[in-house]
Design a binder for this molecule. Structure first.
Ligand code: OSB
Ligand code: MG
Length: 369
């Protein structure tokens, strides 16, 4: 494809309600969007890096210059044949996977439009609907958490994931399990524990959790494998899995029994598909994680979740849980069965609301070949 121009922009959007994890609270998102103009089509990508480098080393203020000075110029002069070529084009830039993913995914988005196929089909997806869960942040009180869970279950969501940390874990899980003995329930620590907490984490086994996500260090497989030996509950790795080789190492070492795949965390669709395939071949189920995305990232997550081995409900949920007004049309909706329908129209399957994006834009750059 001949790339005419790449636009980078930052938009700012307040969340409907604050989202608290073990590493902090987010009340408004600063989001870096990519727009690639090519042969009459416009591909969109979203950089999922956070406002701070807390989830990973990347944040929006590191992704911006890397994209502006390194990745976007390389891409604009390379005219890639398809999305799968991007990793080669970005080869010299080490790391910065969220920045790379935003550009690569915009190429896949444009390519799907050009070929007149749904993005899900282009990446090899087969599901018509995807099962959805929700990730619920740490709340000011237990009562507020229970009310929130009640709302999400009534909306149909198939799995409840609770953010946890020392001091917001056993008592909370106990109260939730007592109230809802049969729901699919999991927790996500975002690296809040240490191996010395193993005896404490073993007590989570009594709550029949689907998984405990990323209990230990973000860069670790070894100690997770030691912890997994002590737990009945399956460990799911999120932060630790950066690419296919990491997935293979984690599976081989039995550091986890489930993998969370995030497009941004692994560097885009190509590597996400590679992680998916590696896990699939080894009988390890995967699900699609979320990073408080706008509709653009969300539409890409929906396409990714259509791959066969995404058997567990993901964190891909309705636009209205995050935004008063999303930047796509229609907004992402979840059925009363807790499912999202994978679009069957060419491209990402959602229109981008460019007028609204223009209003939300706080900075913008153009890159030409
Ligand atoms: O660890 O999955 C995570 C949000 C921001 C950073 C990390 C994570 C999350 C979530 C929210 O859990 C998922 C979502 O609803 O988008
Ligand atoms: Mg997580």
């Amino acid at each position: 494809m001949k790339i005419d121009a790449i636009y980078l922009r930052e938009i700012q959007m307040p969340l409907v309600k604050p989202f608290q994890t073990s590493f902090g609270t987010t009340t408004a998102r600063r989001i870096l969007l990519v727009e690639i103009r090519t042969e009459g089509f416009t591909g969109w990508g979203e950089c999922v890096a956070g406002e701070h480098p807390y989830f990973s080393e990347e944040c929006i203020d590191t992704a911006w210059p890397i994209m502006l000075h390194e990745l976007a110029p390389a891409l604009a002069s390379a005219d890639p044949e398809h999305g799968g070529k991007c990793s080669e084009i970005f080869r010299l830039v080490r790391g910065n996977r969220m920045a790379k993913a935003a550009l690569e995914n915009a190429v896949w988005d444009a390519e799907a439009q050009m070929r007149r196929v749904p993005l899900a089909d282009l990446i090899g997806g087969s599901r018509e609907v995807i099962p959805c869960g929700v990730s619920i942040g740490i709340q000011p009180t237990l009562e507020q958490l229970l009310a929130e869970i009640e709302t999400e279950l009534a909306a149909g969501y198939q799995r409840i994931k609770l953010k946890c940390k020392p001091g917001w874990d056993v008592k909370v899980l106990e109260a939730v399990r007592n109230r809802w003995p049969d729901i699919l329930l999991s927790c996500d620590a975002n690296s809040a524990y240490r191996l010395r907490d193993a005896d404490h984490l073993v007590t989570f086994d009594q709550f029949n959790l689907l998984m405990i996500e990323q209990p230990l260090w973000a860069d670790d497989f070894y100690y997770h494998s030691m912890l997994q030996k002590q737990l009945e509950t399956s460990i799911c790795l999120d932060e630790s899995i950066r690419n296919r080789r990491d997935a293979l190492a984690a599976i081989e070492m039995e550091s986890c029994r489930i993998i969370n795949i995030k497009n941004g965390r692994v560097g885009g669709f190509s590597e996400a598909i590679a992680v998916h395939n590696a896990a699939h071949e080894r009988g390890i189920p995967v699900w699609c994680g979320g990073m408080l995305e706008t509709g653009i990232g969300r539409s890409h997550n929906i396409a990714l979740s259509s791959l066969e081995n995404f058997t567990l409900p993901g964190d891909v949920s309705a636009s209205r849980r995050y935004w008063k007004e999303d930047i796509i049309e229609p907004e992402v909706e979840v059925s009363p069965l807790g499912e999202i329908t994978v679009p069957n129209t060419p491209g990402r399957g959602f229109e981008v609301r460019t007028d609204l994006i223009e209003k939300l834009t706080v900075r913008k750059e153009e890159i030409r070949s």
